[in-house]
Design a protein around this ligand. Structure first.
Ligand SMILES: Cc1ncc(COP(=O)(O)O)c(C=O)c1O
Length: 426
């Protein structure tokens, strides 16, 4: 079969280069080389199963979105930036789910199993229906799941097809591991809709992994049910693994949530999160569904970092998944109303805003007309008006801004009004 490599000549990803290229280790840690300190008698990590890769991770690029939030998130009074919905308080959750204080009091802070307590892994499997050959692993947010899965799966020289734009860890982790991200362009001219022909043309003999994140952060683009079927067919015909980042899976506006691909594809890995639709980012619980060999390798890596999750957080996560519909429904209702409000706002100001309609998630990624770089505007809104947005350069599109519409409706209206005022005052 003819394998094309059409990505050659494609623009590289626009995130900052891994620090290794500029930092003090630049000369000693070339990709695949043995770090200098190993030569001085430390263990040769290359023989410990992926050790060279782990050594390279110290040079990973700064996470632009996290840097942006670190400085401003806690000071903002109006948040129209977030990729999640309004957060729940523990008391609200307990009431909604019928969790008693006595149950919480009875919890003992033993270590949890490496892959999470069985009640929780069962609850994940019951809701997302992986095939019988997959295993569930509970992690510290889906961030940890992504990091472990990529680290366990990739080796220097592997090619990884990743949508562009993308949530940065899906690109920068790949790069830090010495693998090569191959951009699957989501074109603004198509409203960022994923083009499967474009994807098919990127698959080649070195493609180790295809990453998909639909609904997509930051654009809200997604696959139609038909395209989802075509996408799975395409993946089934290629030996590459699929990493399905399902952080936004529950946030859909045009029908049902897309089925988790681990139900039909043996080489699929999916990740999920309590931080987005469930409104529980501070629970720091996510999960991964993966083939057993990969889970074993992920556990081996985790043994050197977080070991396992908190039994308290796993208990709450289990209750939330068992009562998922009650937790999700009110937030989804608000998100739907907010999406209408956001699109009406964009329609009312066609001279200022060009906003592709999100099919899912709670973020939109509009272009602000006449602005090549939105960062100074976003800084001004945050510093002078307490309004938090996200500059598009965090996703490689400086002419855009990420707007989160999952929060309270009045907060969204306030934030959009301030944004409009700032744009009109230019
Ligand atoms: C697409 C995507 N994947 C994964 C994550 C990680 O989320 P968490 O670690 O909170 O589950 C995020 C967070 O913003 C995201 O947007």
């Amino acid at each position: 079969m003819l394998r094309r490599q059409p990505h050659r000549g494609a623009r590289p990803f626009t995130f900052p280069a891994p620090l290794r290229r500029h930092g003090p280790l630049a000369e000693t840690r070339q990709r695949g080389d043995r770090p200098a300190q190993d030569q001085a008698g430390a263990p040769d990590l290359r023989h410990a199963g992926g050790g060279t890769v782990t050594a390279a991770l110290g040079g990973i690029a700064p996470a632009l979105l996290e840097d942006w939030f670190r400085d401003r998130y806690f000071a903002a009074t109006t948040d129209i930036s977030s990729s999640g919905v309004r957060n729940w308080a523990l008391g609200e959750l307990r009431e909604l789910l019928g969790v008693s204080v006595a149950e919480l009091d009875g919890l003992v802070f033993r270590d949890s199993p490496s892959c999470g307590r069985q009640e929780l892994t069962d609850a994940v499997a019951d809701r997302y229906r992986p095939g019988p050959d997959h295993r569930v692993m509970v992690t510290h947010g889906s961030s940890e799941a992504l990091f472990l899965a990529l680290s366990a799966l990739l080796r220097p020289g592997d090619e990884v097809v990743v949508p562009r734009p993308a949530y940065q860890s899906l690109v920068s982790t790949v790069e830090a591991l010495g693998a090569r991200p191959v951009p699957w362009e989501l074109a603004p001219a198509d409203g960022f809709a994923p083009d499967l022909d474009r994807l098919a043309a990127l698959l080649g003999p070195r493609t180790r992994l295809v990453v998909a994140n639909f609904p997509h952060n930051p654009t809200g683009a997604s696959l139609t049910p038909d395209d989802h079927g075509r996408f799975l067919d395409l993946m089934a015909r290629h030996p590459a693994f699929l990493l399905w980042d399902g952080a936004m899976a529950e946030l859909v506006y045009d029908g049902d949530r897309l089925p988790d691909p681990t139900g039909v594809l043996p080489r699929a890995i999916s990740t999920g999160s309590f931080s987005k639709a469930f409104g529980l980012p501070g629970l720091r619980i996510g999960w991964c569904v993966a083939p057993p060999d990969l889970v074993r390798d992920m556990v081996r890596l985790r043994d050197y970092t977080t070991l396992n999750s908190s039994p308290l957080n796993e208990f709450l996560a289990t209750a939330v998944l068992r009562g998922a519909d009650a937790v999700l429904a009110p937030r989804l209702r608000t998100a739907r109303a907010n999406l209408d409000a956001l699109l009406s706002w964009a329609t009312a100001h066609p001279d200022l805003i060009d906003c592709p309609r999100p099919r899912g998630g709670v973020t939109a990624f509009p272009r602000l007309r006449g602005l090549d770089d939105t960062r100074r505007l976003c800084e001004w809104l945050a510093d002078e008006r307490g309004v938090l947005t996200v500059p598009g350069d965090c996703f490689g599109h400086p002419d855009r801004v990420r707007i989160g519409f999952g929060g309270p409706t009045d907060e969204l209206a306030r934030g959009l009004a301030e944004l409009t005022r700032a744009l009109r005052a230019r």
